[in-house]
Write a protein that binds this ligand. Structure first.
Ligand code: GLP
Length: 244
């Protein structure tokens, strides 16, 4: 596990964007696994800037997002499809047909999960998976207690996640209780993983990830078993970890 500690959120985002851009330069038809949340927003902004100013080319890039809330249609401002369109996809030259998120409106959720896995396998798997981190150590929507053997699956969100994500909704009662998420098994199959974390509220989860044992109490700790993981952190989230 490689660890890069940036001075603040801006520098963390710049470093993460560099990693993504370098990978695209090496493989223009790369398959990217993408994350939502507040953490990657400035990384997306930086990639958009490089597209506009330096011609970073997304025309062959394929993306799969980690997760989506069940029941929120794409035009709902809290759906992750809406987030991706507005914060990233519509500002770059990616082909819409190459961007994938779980279908939150699927009638048969189990079949949708299997289909999502088939689509990922059909393009040869994820080359680079970008991850954020929940305060409780979740990755995607793989909540504490999750079965590490699961691939894409239906998730009942943890109370802590509902409370934390309520900041994006008018009221906590409006936060969906269910989601579809890439499972830990699917995330671990990515060839390379880039995890971003910033802010003191994630410091405990990052400490566990770096110094703790692998445990599904803090799902991100599974990444200790992956052979190619890079953590890009800011100083506040990294304050408790030793860097020797
Ligand atoms: C959400 C998402 C995760 C994200 C995490 C952290 O619940 N499902 O993919 O990484 O929470 O979000 P934030 O970056 O806003 O702290």
């Amino acid at each position: 596990m490689r660890i890069f500690v940036a001075k603040d959120y801006h520098d963390m985002s710049l470093e993460a964007a560099k990693v993504v851009a370098d990978e695209i330069a090496q493989k223009p038809g790369i398959v990217l696994g993408l994350a939502t949340g507040e953490t990657p927003l400035a990384m997306y902004r930086e990639l958009i800037r490089w597209h506009r100013e330096e011609g970073l080319d997304f025309s062959q890039v394929i993306t799969f997002n980690l997760d989506e809330y069940i029941g929120l249609p794409p035009e709902n401002i809290n759906s992750y499809r809406y987030y991706m369109q507005h914060n990233f996809f519509r500002h770059i030259n990616i082909k819409l047909k190459n961007t994938h998120l779980p279908n939150a409106m699927a009638v048969d959720v189990d079949e949708e999960c299997r289909e999502y896995e088939r689509q990922i396998a059909g393009v040869g798997g994820i080359d680079l998976q970008v991850l954020g981190l929940g305060q409780n150590g979740h990755i995607g929507f793989n909540e504490p207690g999750v079965d590490f053997a699961l691939s894409t699956h239906l998730v009942h969100l943890a109370a802590a996640t509902i409370a934390s994500n309520a900041r994006f909704f008018a009221a906590e009662s409006e936060v969906p209780r269910l989601a579809i998420s890439l499972g830990i098994k699917s995330i671990m199959q990515a060839k390379k993983i880039l995890l971003l974390a910033s802010g003191s509220s994630k410091a405990r989860a990052v400490y566990e990830l770096v110094h703790g044992a692998v445990s599904n109490n803090t799902p991100a700790t599974i990444l200790k078993l992956h052979q190619d993981v890079q953590l890009v952190l800011d100083e506040r989230v990294a304050m408790h970890i030793s860097r020797v």
